[in-house]
Design a protein around this ligand. Sequence first.
Ligand code: AHG
Ligand code: MN
Ligand code: MN
Length: 333
Amino acid sequence: MSTQTTLTQFIIEQQRKLPEASGDLTLLINDIAAACKRISHTVNRGSMTGMLGSAETENVQGETQKQLDIITNDIMVEALDWTGHLSGMVSEEVDDIIPIPEQFPKGKYLALFDPLDGSSNIDINLTVGTIFSILAGEDGADARQEDFLQKGTEQVCAGFVLYGPSTMMIITTGQGVNGFTLDQDVGEFILTHPQMTIPEETQEFSINMSNQRFWEPAVQRYIDECLQGTEGSRDKNFNMRWVASMVAEVYRILTRGGIFLYPVDNRDSGRAGKLRLMYEANPMGFIVEQAGGICSTGYERILDIQPTDIHQRVPVILGSKSEVERVTAYHQE
Ligand code: AHG
Ligand code: MN
Ligand code: MN
C-alpha cells in the first residue's frame, strides 16, 4: 500500500520547518477542514436536506441569501468560535465582525471567509465552494474591525474548498500551493496535487460576457482580441469558460492555466467590481501568486491594496502570468 499524506500531517511537517511556529495554525486549519467536511456533506445531500432555495433575506451586499449561505456560515462559525485560536471572524454573510463568545478563550488569529462561493449554482447542482483567509490578530484580545484591515500580503494562510465531483482543499501558507482530495470513506483530506503551478501559456479566458457593454476599454480590447482568434493580432484561437463559481474557475486555472476576469464596470457609478477583497480576492490572489500566477485589479496588485472596509469590492483579473500582464499593460495605455 502506498503511503498517503493527510492534510494534518502535511501542515505539521510544513510548520516544523518554521522555528517560531507554535502549532496553533495547524490546529486552526484542522478546524476549518472539519467545518468544510460538514459543509461538503450538507451540500452533497442536496434537496434531501430541504435546504435548497432562497432564504428570502439579504446580506450586507444586498444580495438575496440562499438557505445554504446561512447554514454554511453557521457551520463555519460554530466550528471555529470555541477553539481558542481566533480573536474574531469576518464572513460574507454577516454585516459586522463576528466576536468570539465571552465564555471561550481568544487566540492570535483572525479568520475571514466566504462560506459558500458560487451559491447561485447550488440549486442547479454545480460546483460551489468555501474560501478562507487567515490573518494574525492581537493574541488574547477581542478583535476590532480595524484589526482585519490588513493588506493581502499579510495573510498567514489562504485556501478554498471545492464541492464538486470530488471535494478538494487547495491551500497555501506561503510555501507553494498544495491540493488535497477528501477521501469520503475515511474522512481525511489526502495530498493529491503537490506543488501546483499555473501553466504560463494559455488559450482559455473566463469572464461573464453578458456584462460586456459595461467594461472599460482595456478589458474590451483584451476580450475582442481573444474573440478574433487566428484572424486577429493574437493569431491563435481561444476557448471560453464561465462557471459563475470563482472557486471552480480558480481551480481550473491552477490545473490547466487561463485567465479569469471580474472587472470594474460602469453599471452603478462607483461600483468597484463584484468580488469582495477580504474573503475572495485576497485569498485567491495569495494562492494564484504562490502558484506562479498574477492577481491584479488591472491597475494594481490585489495583495497590495490597503483595505478600508471588511466587505469592500474590487475588480479581479487573475491567472496565467503572460495573459494578466497583457491586460494590465492595456490598462496603462
Ligand atoms: P457568492 O456566491 O459568494 O456571492 O460569489 C459569487 C461570485 C463568484 O464566485 C463568481 O465568479 C461570480 O460571483 C459570478 O457572478 P455572475 O453571477 O455575475 O456571473
Ligand atoms: Mn463568493
Ligand atoms: Mn458566498
